[in-house]
Every structure is written in structure tokens, then in C-alpha cells.
Design a protein around this ligand. Structure first.
Ligand code: AMP
Length: 509
């Protein structure tokens, strides 16, 4: 049996793992740790929840122990870039936990809070700096952080960095680092842009890919509607109103699609919240808080935004569109049927998505029952705007047929739509006001916090409250409370080269 010891970890780290209650390495740890220990670059395709943080943190702590050095003022030896403050906080907690016997000094930097404690924490230098890109650039520009001696770079959730528009910031930071360094690159999905970014940063990397566990595929009742894209909204409205879906996550492929669907549901009298990468941290937190309190019971999410959130009691997952990556299906349906509860996953598949359905069925090694028990459901006329999003959405009459017309063929005439059209003006109604005031309470439950570090005796990280996230770093926790309510929670301000956000995405939830 593979043990942490056999991976090459030494006593201080092994004792910390023991204290954490880790007995055996996860697959990604098994694959990555020996190579990172040997100094190799790494390209890891892995989701949160696979143990990937330890997969990079453990060997990096060992590497620093093997070559002890005093980091100079304002400097760090390991730089970890993460897209959100939650993730940055989790990684910081992990390094503190795994490095507790190795006397590893850590700091965490993210936006939306007062920067002063962060600058103070960096004054004497640290071994490990975990940061979101925008705020890090702010501090570098003020000469409060010096990146010229970084030996190890970790880029975590690269796909999400891209999704959130941090790519320019990341490139600027990487350009400041020594060329001679070890780089570990992680992403849950591998779109072409991520590969390109990885190629520009890595040297002869070891590629490690973890396949998600397909267990939820066995515990969740699954079904699929073969239905034209243009009828999906009507079907969704029908199901939400008739199938006792008490708490639903609806997955869309695109951010735009998520926003669009939210508006359409509202027109049908269904309150829904949408989260995706273009929403501000506070907007996302508010959406999640509302969802959890069932005030809207419907959350529309893109895959990347939904990652890392953990909501109990989800009765249904709806795959409104099927992803190109079959693994995504397993992750999506894993959001329901948790903790022994029954869960249902309903997928909508149009003609063009059939190959994706086949790929999913191959991955989970079973076929998903096709539902054709649907009685006629009313077709809702969402107005001209309804057809502007999504692909191939022409008039109701003239669309694709293919083999996707097996059900949901009910009332297809537009003019005769019986659907309830509420608020059919299609305007952008802002319900929330200024979301940046940020009086939301973060209810995101992070997997790592079960280790007891967050909010533990040292009172380390808290990312909740009146945008009063206290960005504690070593020796500076709690001192300076936030006043950063007017700032997006992640990332910086003046230095950011990221493209302007589209207006629709700034809409309060
Ligand atoms: P991550 O994928 O890094 O977010 O880790 C997911 C969760 O798994 C965290 O709560 C870790 O504390 C936990 N974890 C990581 N490695 C192990 C392990 N080898 N055994 C048990 N739990 C682990």
C-alpha cells in the first residue's frame, strides 16, 4: 500500500498529516508528490476535493525544509496564485496546517479588505505567500511585496482565473518572477486558452489528470429529455412548477446563458439566482445565501462558478445544456443525492448534444433513461429577446427536428402560447441595489475548513460579514478591520488590466 512515507515525506510533515487525520494519499497526491519533490514542473488537471492542495503543498514544504533559507524582507519563496479569496484562504490554511511542525511562515493577500495588515505581514518576508492576482499587483507596485526571489510558483484553478478575467494580471506577475523556478499549474478543465497559458509557463511538465469518482452516478436517479434547445426553457418552467423540485441547481454552459435563463424564469414567475465568474464576490455570496434559505430555490450556475460550493439538500440538478467534457456531468450530478438523501438529475439534450450524451454514458458506463412520459407542457413565449441567447434559437416552428422531437412537442405555436408571462417587458430589473455594500454573509462551506484551522484558536481566516473579511496573515490577524466595501472582493484596482465587465453582469441579484 502506498503511504505518505513512501512518497518521500519526512517526519515534521508526516506528523502534521497525522494530526489532520490523513491516513492514505489521494490519487493526485500519489502521482504528484514524488515528482514535485524531485523538482519537476507539474501540469495537474484536478478539481477541488481531490486533495490537490496537499499534492502541491506537502512537497513544497519538504523542498523548503531540505534547503532552508531566510526569505528576505517583503519576499517569499513559494508564491501561490488563486482566483478568489475563499480559495486563497483555504490554501493558506492548508499550508499552515501541513507546515505547522516545519515552522513555515505564511501570508495571504486578497482584495476587498484593508491592505495594511497584508503589507505588514510581508515586511519580514515569508516562506509561502498565497494571493489573488489583482491585490498582489497592487502591493508589488507599492513595493510592499518583492517577487524577484520566488523559487516555486503555483497557479491554482487556472481556468477560473481566465473565466474571471485575471489572465493579464497573471501574466504580469509571472513576468516578474525569476525564470529559474519550479512551476505547478492546476486547472479543473482544459480549454485551449488554459493549455496555451500552461505551455508558456511550464518546462517539460509532468501531466497528472484525476478522473472524478463516478460514485454519484450510481446514487443519483438520472433521466434525460431529448428536446430541442428552443423548448428547454418551457420544459424547465414546467418541471419547476410540477415536479416538486424543492431545491434545484440548473447548470448552463455559458455565463450569458445563465443570466438569460434567470431573466426568463423570472418572467414565468420563478425567482432564481445566477452565479458565474462575472458576478462579484458579494453577488455570488448573496445568491448562495438566498439559495440556501430557499428564497429562491433555484440557482443557475456555470460549472466553474459552482465549483467549491457545497450546498446541502439539493433535490434536483438540471443539466440545461450538456458540457463538452463528460466528467463535468459527474461533478454536476454529484451536487444532489448527498449525505444519504435521494437526488435526481434531469438532463436536457438536444440533437446537437447527442454525442455529448453518448460520451457521458460511456464514462458512467450506463445509459441514462430517456423520459418520454411528459404530458403536454405549455410553451412560454419569452418575447423576442428569448431567442437571442443560446445557439440556433430561431422561430419555434422552423428549428431543428432531428431525433430530438420525441417529447416536449406540446403546444408549439408561439401565438397560442398559454404560458404565464410575468414581467414580459424583458427589461433589466435590478432588485438588489448596490451589491457592493456587501452585507452578505458568506455561507460557502469549504471542504478544508473541516480541519479546524479556519476560525480556529488562532482565529485565522474569516471571509464573511460586512465585507469585513479579515485578511489575516501571520501575526497580523484581526488587527485591522476591513473598509473595503467599495471594491470587488478579489483582485485589485488600479493595476488591473482586465477587460471592463459587461453591464449586465454587474446587475445586482
Ligand atoms: P482539496 O482538493 O485540496 O480542496 O482537498 C479536499 C479535502 O480533502 C480537504 O478538506 C482536505 O483536507 C482533504 N484531504 C486532502 N488530502 C487528504 C488525504 N490524503 N486524506 C484525507 N483527506 C484529505
Amino acid at each position: 500500500m502506498i503511504t505518505f512515507e513512501s512518497l518521500g515525506l519526512t517526519a515534521p510533515v508526516l506528523e502534521a498529516l497525522n494530526a489532520e487525520g490523513y491516513t492514505t494519499p489521494t490519487p493526485i497526491q500519489e502521482k504528484a508528490v514524488p515528482h514535485v519533490l524531485a523538482g519537476r514542473d507539474l501540469f495537474g488537471c484536478a478539481q477541488t476535493g481531490t486533495g490537490k492542495t496537499a499534492a502541491f503543498a506537502l512537497p513544497l514544504i519538504e523542498r523548503m525544509l531540505a534547503n532552508p533559507q531566510q526569505p528576505g524582507p517583503r519576499r517569499c519563496r513559494v508564491l501561490v496564485l488563486a482566483p478568489t479569496r475563499e480559495l486563497a484562504g483555504q490554501i493558506y490554511d492548508s499550508f499552515k496546517a501541513y507546515g505547522r511542525n516545519a515552522k513555515i511562515k505564511c501570508a495571504v493577500i486578497y482584495g476587498g479588505v484593508n491592505q495594511r495588515p497584508q503589507g505588514t505581514a510581508m515586511m519580514r518576508g515569508v516562506d509561502v505567500l498565497v494571493a489573488t492576482p489583482g491585490r498582489l499587483l497592487d502591493l508589488v507596485n507599492q513595493r510592499l511585496v518583492d517577487l524577484r526571489t520566488v523559487e516555486y510558483l503555483v497557479l491554482d484553478e487556472a481556468d477560473r482565473m481566465l473565466d474571471m478575467g485575471f489572465i493579464h494580471d497573471v501574466r504580469r506577475i509571472v513576468a516578474m518572477l525569476p525564470k529559474e523556478r519550479q512551476t505547478l499549474f492546476f486547472s479543473a478543465t482544459l480549454p485551449a486558452e488554459v493549455r496555451e497559458l500552461a505551455n508558456s509557463m511550464l518546462r517539460d511538465p509532468l501531466e497528472v489528470k484525476t478522473t472524478p469518482q463516478a460514485t454519484s452516478a450510481e446514487t443519483v436517479a438520472q433521466s434525460v429529455f431529448l428536446i430541442p434547445q428552443k423548448q428547454k426553457r418551457s420544459l424547465l418552467v414546467h418541471l419547476l412548477k410540477t415536479e416538486g423540485m424543492s431545491r434545484v441547481i440548473v447548470f448552463t454552459r455559458t455565463k450569458h446563458g445563465a443570466d438569460k435563463l434567470q431573466r426568463d424564469l423570472e418572467k414565468s414567475g420563478i425567482t432564481a439566482a445566477a452565479i458565474h465568474g462575472n458576478k462579484s464576490q458579494n453577488q455570488r455570496e448573496r445568491a448562495l445565501a438566498a439559495f440556501k434559505s430557499q428564497r429562491p430555490p433555484v440557482l443557475i450556475a456555470t460549472d466553474i462558478a459552482a465549483r467549491g460550493i457545497d450546498v446541502d439538500g439539493v433535490s434536483h440538478v438540471v443539466n440545461y445544456e450538456l458540457s463538452h467534457e463528460p466528467e463535468t456531468y459527474v461533478h454536476r450530478i454529484g451536487r444532489t443525492g448527498r449525505a444519504g438523501m435521494t437526488g435526481m438529475a434531469v438532463s436536457f439534450c438536444d440533437h446537437e448534444e447527442r454525442p455529448r450524451l453518448k460520451a457521458i454514458e460511456r464514462l458512467i458506463r450506463k445509459s441514462i433513461p430517456v423520459r418520454n412520459d411528459l404530458p403536454e407542457f405549455p410553451t412560454v413565449d419569452f418575447g423576442p429577446e428569448a431567442n437571442s441567447a443560446g445557439r440556433g434559437e430561431g422561430s419555434m416552428g422552423g428549428g431543428r427536428r432531428g431525433n430530438s422531437g420525441r417529447q416536449g412537442q406540446g403546444n408549439r405555436s408561439r401565438g397560442g402560447s398559454r404560458g404565464t408571462v410575468i414581467g414580459g417587458e424583458g427589461g433589466e430589473r435590478s432588485r438588489g441595489g448596490d451589491d457592493r455594500r456587501g452585507n452578505s454573509r458568506s455561507t460557502i462551506r469549504h471542504k478544508h475548513t473541516r480541519g479546524g484551522h479556519t476560525g480556529g484558536p488562532q482565529g485565522q481566516r474569516q471571509s464573511s460579514g460586512q465585507d469585513g473579511s479579515s485578511a489575516q496573515s501571520q501575526g497580523s490577524q484581526g488587527g485591522d478591520s476591513s473598509q473595503g466595501g467599495g471594491q470587488p472582493s478579489f483582485g485589485g484596482t488600479a493595476t488591473s488590466a482586465r477587460p471592463p465587465k459587461r453591464k449586465t453582469h454587474r446587475r445586482a441579484l
